[in-house]
Design a protein around this ligand. Structure first.
Ligand code: URA
Length: 456
């Protein structure tokens, strides 16, 4: 077997064997296959695709490239969640404490943000003292004691994905369904949970721009999880605008805490509750989704979920007094209000307008606005500014007039604030009539929806 022949076979559209896929994954992880050959291989996969069996074999090879976490010392059905990536997505910070307060053990390994998307680990580091790298033993003990731990991925968890993802990121091969499915599911399988709930994002701020692609990605991942013996469900949710009101690390922690205190934004709460609901059913703590939602409402209104968040912060060495008094969080030095008039001016055709509807949003641009302010990473090595970001005052479908506050930008550098302002105001499309369908949860994919017709 040699690398050249395998690249050529995929380039010409043939199906690879298990041995060939394992050879590529292991060879690249060990440094025996150079970046230029792996890049060519990934591009061949990008254009020729992989069928269902190849994608599953790729996932397994990547999951087996490092150690698999042993969670057998944790009692109960362990449930994990994963989002395919979005803007303002802080659902893990809301769902984790909800589940733990209901006695569902949540073992979560999260990533950092890259490009226009945010990452849970960066957000948690916005809480003073919070430690995201604890030992495996501490992780297991913490879940047994308080029901929840969220840590950064250890270096040896699916190391093949770490290397391949970094290469995809610079070779324009990220947005391919097989590669995304294998990347996400290899980490989920190696992280050892019994059940997995996937939040597959669709829209202008997501990797999947159409419902059709999102459905295919969801079905592919549910099939892989099911074949690997994990109870896997996917929820397809909207990413055509940021989720909730806050984008940026500390701002998102504050918003998640507000949700747990019972003051959550409608769409953010809907996604969080749906994810929590399916996780509770997977953990067999409720017989039906409806019953699970009732349990979620109870722990939110009784304050149990909020108290669990505080226990979780304390357990990972964070200062929980910041949650009770959120004024204590460090703030960015500057802020800039964006008004309806600013959008009218940026949107040339609507110069004469005094009112309009927000009908579309280039959500990737909103993510980039936060990145420009310093809240995201351009490369893996970039330092991020945890205090900067955006607070949205309006959402798609809302009517706006010239004097309305649409958003507030927060930054520590006036020049960056100006660049961010210019990007933000161009991200929205306005219309005289409201044509927006404000849907947030599109579809649920379970093992019952899997058939063989999606294999390529
Ligand atoms: N998230 C991942 O972990 N991998 C991908 O390929 C895309 C999103």
């Amino acid at each position: 077997m040699n690398t050249y022949d395998i690249i050529m076979k995929k380039r010409d559209g043939h199906i690879l064997s298990k041995e060939e896929i394992v050879y590529m994954v292991n060879g690249y992880t060990k440094g025996e296959i150079p970046d230029y050959q792996m890049s060519a291989f990934l591009m061949a996969v990008y254009f020729q695709g992989m069928n269902h069996e190849e994608t599953t074999m790729l996932t397994m090879a990547m999951a087996d490239s490092g150690e698999r976490l042993d969670l057998s010392a944790i009692q109960g059905i362990k449930v994990d969640k994963h989002s395919t990536g979005g803007v303002g997505d802080k659902t893990s910070l809301i769902v984790g404490p909800i589940l733990a307060s209901l006695g569902v053990p949540v073992t979560k390994m999260s990533g950092r943000g890259l490009g226009h998307t945010g990452g849970t680990i960066d957000k948690l580091e916005g809480i003073p003292g919070f430690c995201t790298s604890i030992s495996e033993e501490e992780f297991v003990n913490q879940v047994n004691e308080i029901g929840l731990s969220i840590v950064g991925q250890t270096a040896n968890l699916a190391p093949a994905d770490k290397k391949i993802y970094a290469l995809r990121d610079v070779t324009a091969t990220v947005d391919n369904i097989s590669l995304i499915a294998a990347s996400i599911m290899s980490k989920k399988l190696a992280a050892g949970a019994d059940a997995i709930v996937l939040d597959v994002k669709v829209g202008s701020g997501a990797f999947m721009k159409t419902l059709e692609d999102a459905r295919l990605l969801a079905k592919t991942m549910v099939a892989i999880g099911t074949l690997a013996g994990r109870d896997t469900t996917a929820v397809i949710t909207d990413m055509n605008e940021p989720l909730g009101n806050a984008v940026g690390n500390v701002l998102e922690v504050q918003e998640a805490v507000e949700c747990l205190k019972g003051n959550g934004e409608k769409r953010l709460m809907e996604v969080s509750k749906v994810l929590a609901g399916y996780m509770i059913v997977a953990a067999k703590k409720a017989d039906s989704f409806e019953e699970a939602i009732k349990l979620v409402d109870e722990v939110l209104s009784s304050g149990k979920a909020y108290n669990k968040m505080k226990d979780f912060v304390v357990a990972q060495h964070g200062d929980a007094s910041y949650l009770d008094d959120m004024e204590k969080f460090e703030k960015a030095k500057y802020s800039r209000v964006i008004t309806g008039k600013d959008l009218f001016i940026a949107n040339q055709e609507s110069l004469e307008w005094t009112s309009a509807y927000l009908i579309a949003c280039n959500n990737q641009e909103i993510g980039m606005t936060s990145l420009v302010l310093g809240g995201g990473r351009e490369t893996k090595e970039s330092e991020i500014d945890l205090t900067v970001g955006i607070r949205l005052c309006k959402h798609l479908g809302d009517a706006i007039c010239a004097s309305d506050e649409i958003a507030v930008l927060y930054g520590n550098d006036e020049e960056k604030l100006e660049i961010a302002f210019k990007r933000f105001v161009k991200a929205y499309t306005l219309s005289k009539s409201n044509v927006f369908d404000n849907k947030i949860v599109y579809e649920i994919i379970t093992r019952k929806d899997i058939d063989t017709s999606f294999s390529d």
